[in-house]
Write a protein that binds this ligand. Structure first.
Ligand code: F6R
Length: 366
């Protein structure tokens, strides 16, 4: 039941601190020096020989995979491709027994994801599933399963499943890094410590969601919204854009900020709302230039920035800050304002938040 919340989606957004804690529980070494994923049983020699990782999934789960690509490449230094399952299954991917295929699926029953898993197994790859449903088809057919402990997700728009999938990507990245020795112990400890603090930081963002509502009231009648970001922020922008489209029916597009001037900038005109994600300190200067670029066309910019990057306020019309965290962990925090934005837009526009038109919670047909 909705437990006093107006919609399942809002309830599930607020369940995230708990869901993240549960997904981390028992998977972090008590002294914070690393991770313990007893459910993954890749033999030593096999693990050493993995030379390529593919992450495949649909929709929001695919967006978690895009973050996973950055994370695993950064932490474990193994090349990773993230691919939409309906593409992956038909493109004759170059897989062999040295490939690890990670499939991500909340329901564990998505037709294309399951078919991608079977294709990977047929080609001799090892398959690791990240799923939220115990004993789902994906869980049964994979070699190893890492469960997200989000609990049942009822709203069609995925929220707590996504953030727990992100946490799973960190756990897998750290696990591979640990087994292959690609991170310094102090880096490992820093990220593990950061992971542990995420649930409380998500709670803090949820308590200060009011700025989003102001923005929503101003822009609920717009016909299109753009989301821009670089690196991990680009992946989060894609999720923000999908969420907004699916429940508020406002057209939205996510763009890698540096790519705007190669075409899409033509659509950025007076008063067009642009959500600019700026959580990556190393890319911050570049992001500031992109914000200036859209401001020069009189767009209205709502920035979602990490604390410490306050300079963004000089350029953006409004800023919503997320608490400071380790650079690789920002997506878990940055997506919360995106979820709230989509949710409040849908409510103000009188849309059916939990059951958007034309969509089903579990897509078991192709
Ligand atoms: C969007 C959404 C969908 C699902 C996608 C995959 O909010 O929920 O894009 O993420 O249909 O579903 P699962 O994860 O069950 O395979």
């Amino acid at each position: 039941e909705k437990e006093g919340y107006a919609h399942f989606m809002l309830k599930e957004i607020h369940e995230q601190p708990r869901a993240l804690k549960d997904t981390l529980s028992g998977r972090i070494a008590p002294d914070g020096s690393g991770v313990t994923l007893s459910e993954i049983n890749i033999p030593e020699e096999e693990l050493r020989e993995i030379n390529k990782i593919f992450i495949t999934a649909c929709g929001t789960a695919f967006h978690a995979g895009l973050v996973g690509k950055h994370i695993i490449e950064t932490l474990a230094r193994i090349p990773v491709e993230a691919d939409i399952a309906s593409e992956f299954r038909y493109r004759n991917p170059l897989l062999d027994r040295h490939s690890l295929v990670i499939v991500v699926s909340q329901s564990g029953e998505t037709a294309d994801t399951l078919a991608a898993l079977r294709e990977a197994k047929r080609k001799g790859a090892r398959v690791l599933a990240v799923t939220n449903v115990v004993d789902s088809s994906v869980a049964r057919e994979a070699d190893d399963v890492l469960y997200t402990w989000a609990g049942p997700e009822i709203a069609v728009a995925s929220t707590k499943a996504y953030t727990t999938q992100l946490v799973s990507m960190y756990l897998i990245g750290l696990y591979l890094a640990q087994r292959r020795g690609t991170l310094k112990p102090e880096e490992m400890t820093q990220i593990v410590t950061g992971l542990r603090k995420l649930p409380d930081k998500v709670s803090a963002i949820l308590e200060n969601g009011k700025d989003i509502e102001t923005f929503v009231r101003q822009y609920c009648d717009c016909s299109s919204i753009f989301f821009i970001g670089r690196g991990l922020d680009h992946a989060v922008a894609m999720e923000g854009s999908l969420k907004l489209k699916e429940i508020s029916y406002i057209h939205a597009e996510a763009y890698a900020a540096g790519e705007l001037k190669h075409g899409t900038l033509a659509l950025i005109v007076k008063d067009v709302p642009v959500i600019a994600l700026a959580t990556q300190s190393v890319l911050f200067e570049k992001m500031l230039s992109n914000i200036k670029e859209v401001k020069a066309r009189d767009a209205t910019v709502l920035a979602v920035a990490m604390r410490g990057l306050e300079e963004v306020a000089k350029e953006a019309d409004q800023v919503m800050y997320i608490p400071r965290t380790h650079q690789v962990l920002t997506p878990v925090l940055a997506v919360i304002p995106m979820q709230l934005l989509a949710y409040h837009m849908a409510v103000v526009r009188d849309c059916d938040v939990d059951q958007p038109r034309n969509l089903a919670k579990s897509v078991t047909v192709e």
